[in-house]
Each structure stands twice: as structure tokens, then as C-alpha cells.
Design a protein around this ligand. Structure first.
Ligand code: ZN
Length: 465
């Protein structure tokens, strides 16, 4: 009997699709060789197998119970079954937390890797259509946190107007997903977005060396990232660094990116890692071995010399446990880190009791908004104008102004570290998909991010036009 056979154990069954024809097929989570794999067979296109969890964190211990909740006012009926009825459909198991609003397909980069295959000169949706979508969200469980996405949203001239009108409508938190080029090139642009009400910039940030940017984005970009961050800080907009992790290309810079976030803690509110998913445009075939959340947890501990530990991190509370993790740190003046020890108090995730999922989505929305918002936004709501950019030193304070400064300082020195593992046609797990709370607004429909961007081996999609 071979060692491989001895070691093999089928853990559980789920649904997936064939990566060639996108037909729905059964899939099995299989432990073997210290890893967990998703295995499936299409009657026409054969067997597929892909790694979904490395050996560094026990797969089944990572799970945590999650009570399902039906979406409010679902826009689609159950007809063909998941994943073909997204809208959401009544079988979905989570409300929206973040809703992506794609404001353009155009882009000012042409990255070798792009989940949206952006860059073609398609016409932008008119602002009236975008406003209709935002208004419709209010009838489907909203207000929600809005992520302005694309394409590269800053190529639109009316982006500040979209933000201002969306905020006036009642959506509390606007985040901009951007490569940062325009923010770097136009010093006044960040101020214009801040004045319109932008809360947070989700900055594409794949490494700390130009070698990484050349390989992933096709050109040197590091100095522009730094300038974009400076301009956001001046405008009081929180920045979250968002690395797309490509195994062997930038996974060696995880520690360097965390160090960069710590060094820029007064501007950077968080770092949000996204292991690469094979959707849209990517350079070569999807591999069987993957860089999973389990690998990422291990590398974070290793590359920070244990300052951040795997045990500091917990799965998200509102979404499926195998989709994400997060932790939060207070960064001392000397760069030292203190993990927040009570996750229930600072994140949507993993409290010991499990409230209904609708409540989890609400908590997740509030957590994301608070953790990622710029310090300038806090100052606007405090009772006194704070002139000093940063309170140095101890926690002692007296009087209203000092209290405000103290709170301001606490917020500015807090770093959220998180990750989200998007799925592609190879590792799609319909149990995870049904728990998804990151939805793309497409007209009046809300489509889970991984279903919207799902693309077959030869580029066929289920939802993305
Ligand atoms: Zn097939």
C-alpha cells in the first residue's frame, strides 16, 4: 500500500463547476499529504484537482459555525440552482456587507494580471444608471459600504460627484479601489475626493520593489505608490494596502509590505492580502498547487519574525471561514506591535457566541468602516479642531482637546491586517459562494464577487459582460 493512499481522507462534499465548460459538478474536499484539495470530475472534460489549504493551520479547526440569513428582497428566483441564479437568489446565505460598484471598464494600466480583464475602451455607465443602482441598494438590505471599482475608477471625471451623491443618499462609507496613479500625479485630486466624502483608498500595492511591479503590473510603480499615500494622508483619507499575492513573485515581500505599513502607520490603516485567483486575465495556466490562506498565515508569522503570529488571526465572522481572516494591532512609537486580544471587540469575526448572520453583516460593515476610515474623518466629528498631526507619547490626557487627540492617536496607530481568498473556476466551492457578503452591483442585481468574475479556462463568464 502506498503512503499517499494511506494518508488520503475525503473530508466533505460540496458543489463546484467544471473549469472548461462551467457545468455544475460535485466536488470533494480531500486531505492528503498534509494539505487539503478540491477534487471534481466533469463527465466531458475529466478530473480536476487543486490545493485549497496548506498544512500550517489544521483545516477543520479553522472552521467556525455561521448561522445563515436570507437576503432582503432578493432580485432573482431559484431556477437553475447555484451558481447560475445570482441576483441574489433566496438560497443565498448572507446579506451584503461591501457592494462593488463598477464605474468603468477603462484603465490607465495594462496589467498582465487583472481579474476584470480591464483596459478596453468600453463606454462608461452613465451616472444616472449608477445612481439608480445605489438607490436600489437601499431596498435590498442597504445602506451598505460601497467600493468604487472598475477598471480604474479615477479615469472617470465625475467620480467626486458619484461619491457626494451616493453619500447624500445614505450610504455611509465609500471606498475607492485604485492603482493610485492619478492620486500620485495630481496633488489636489485626493482633496477633491475627500471633500466629496471619500472615506478610504484601497490601494493596489503588490510589493516594496519595482521588480515586483514590473512583473505584475508591467512597469515601475513604487515611487508613485508612496506619493499617492502621502497625498491621501494630507487629505485625511485612510489608505489600505492591497497586495495581490502571486506565488514566487511577491510572496517573499509579505514581511516587507507589513514593515512598510508599520513605517507609514499614520497614513496606512490596514493591509489586505489577496492571494491571486485565476479569473479574467492571467499569464499562464492555473496551477494545481496554490498559495492559500494557510500558507499566508505561516508566511506572515515567519516574515515578521514572529511579531505577528498565526494565533492572532481569526476567520471573518460574516463570511465563510475559509474566505478570509483578520487581526488588528496597535503600533507603538518604536514600531512595536500589540495584538488586540479580544477579537469580538474590534472586528466582525469570531466572537464566542454566534449572533444571527444579518447582524454579522451589519457588524462587519461597521468594523470595515471604522478600521479603514482616514483619521481626518474622525477629527471632523470630534468637538475640537486638532492642529497637531500626531500626539506623541503616553496615554495621559486631560480636557476635551487632549481626549480628542488621544482618540485620534489611537486610531492613527491601529493597523488592520486581513486577507481575502477569492475563488476561481478551479477552486470554486459553492458552500463558500453562498456565504459570500461581497457583492457586485449589476443594475438591480447583486452578484457575489467570485461568481461575477468567474471565468472558464478559455474566458467564458457566467455574469461579467
Ligand atoms: Zn466540463
Amino acid at each position: 500500500m502506498s503512503g499517499i493512499k494511506c494518508d488520503r481522507q475525503v473530508l466533505s462534499k460540496t458543489g463546484s463547476v467544471c473549469p472548461v465548460c462551467l457545468r455544475k459538478i460535485d466536488a470533494f474536499r480531500v486531505a492528503e499529504g498534509g494539505r487539503v484539495w478540491l477534487e471534481k470530475t466533469c463527465a466531458e472534460h475529466g478530473d480536476f484537482r487543486v490545493e485549497i489549504w496548506g498544512g500550517h493551520v489544521p483545516y477543520q479547526e479553522w472552521n467556525r459555525p455561521k448561522k445563515p440569513s436570507s437576503p432582503v428582497n432578493p432580485a432573482a428566483a431559484v431556477e437553475r440552482g447555484c451558481p447560475y441564479d445570482c441576483g441574489l437568489c433566496p438560497d443565498h446565505r448572507q446579506h451584503s456587507c461591501c457592494v462593488l460598484l463598477e464605474v468603468t471598464d477603462r484603465c490607465n494600466l495594462r496589467c498582465p494580471i487583472c481579474f476584470a480583464s480591464s483596459g478596453d475602451a468600453a463606454a462608461d455607465p452613465p451616472i444616472c444608471d449608477l445612481m439608480d443602482t445605489l438607490a436600489d441598494l437601499l431596498t435590498r438590505g442597504g445602506p451598505v459600504n460601497i467600493q468604487l471599482s472598475g477598471g480604474e475608477p479615477t479615469v472617470r471625471g465625475d467620480l467626486p460627484e458619484i461619491i457626494a451623491r451616493g453619500k447624500a443618499m445614505g450610504h455611509p462609507f465609500f471606498q475607492l479601489n485604485t492603482n493610485g496613479l492619478r492620486l500620485a500625479q495630481e496633488p489636489a485630486y485626493a482633496r477633491a475626493l475627500a471633500d466629496a466624502g471619500l472615506d478610504c483608498v484601497f490601494l493596489q500595492f503588490d510589493g516594496v520593489s519595482d521588480d515586483v511591479y514590473r512583473r505584475i503590473r508591467g512597469r515601475d510603480l513604487m515611487s508613485q505608490k508612496v506619493t499617492a499615500i502621502e497625498h491621501c494622508q494630507e487629505a485625511g483619507i485612510g489608505v489600505v494596502l492591497v497586495p495581490t499575492l502571486c506565488a514566487g513573485v511577491n510572496t517573499g515581500e509579505i514581511g516587507g509590505m507589513i514593515d512598510f505599513a508599520i513605517d507609514h502607520i499614520t497614513a496606512v490603516r490596514g493591509i489586505h492580502f489577496q492571494p491571486m485567483a485565476y479569473m479574467g486575465r492571467y499569464p499562464e495556466g492555473a496551477p494545481e498547487r496554490r498559495f492559500t490562506l494557510s500558507h499566508l498565515l505561516y508566511e506572515i508569522e515567519k516574515q515578521t519574525d514572529g511579531k505577528m503570529k498565526m494565533s492572532h488571526f481569526s476567520p471573518g465572522g460574516a463570511e465563510n471561514a475559509y474566505c478570509s481572516f483578520s487581526s488588528s494591532y496597535f503600533v507603538g512609537e518604536d514600531g512595536s506591535l500589540r495584538a488586540k486580544t479580544d477579537p469580538a471587540s474590534c472586528s466582525c469575526g469570531c466572537g464566542s457566541s454566534v449572533p444571527v448572520a444579518a447582524d454579522r453583516a451589519r457588524q462587519a460593515r461597521a468594523y470595515v468602516a471604522n478600521a479603514w476610515r482616514g483619521a481626518g474623518k474622525l477629527r471632523k466629528i470630534s468637538s475640537e479642531k486638532i492642529k497637531s498631526p500626531l500626539l506623541q507619547g503616553s496615554a495621559r490626557f486631560s480636557g476635551t482637546e487632549s481626549l480628542d487627540r488621544f482618540l485620534d492617536n489611537c486610531h492613527r496607530r491601529q493597523l488592520a491586517v486581513s486577507a481575502m481568498a477569492f475563488m476561481d473556476a478551479w477552486n470554486l466551492d459553492l458552500d463558500r459562494l453562498r456565504d459570500c457578503y461581497i457583492h457586485v452591483a449589476e443594475g438591480r442585481r447583486l452578484i457575489p464577487f467570485c461568481a461575477f468574475n468567474l471565468s472558464s479556462q478559455d474566458g467564458k463568464t457566467l455574469y461579467r459582460p
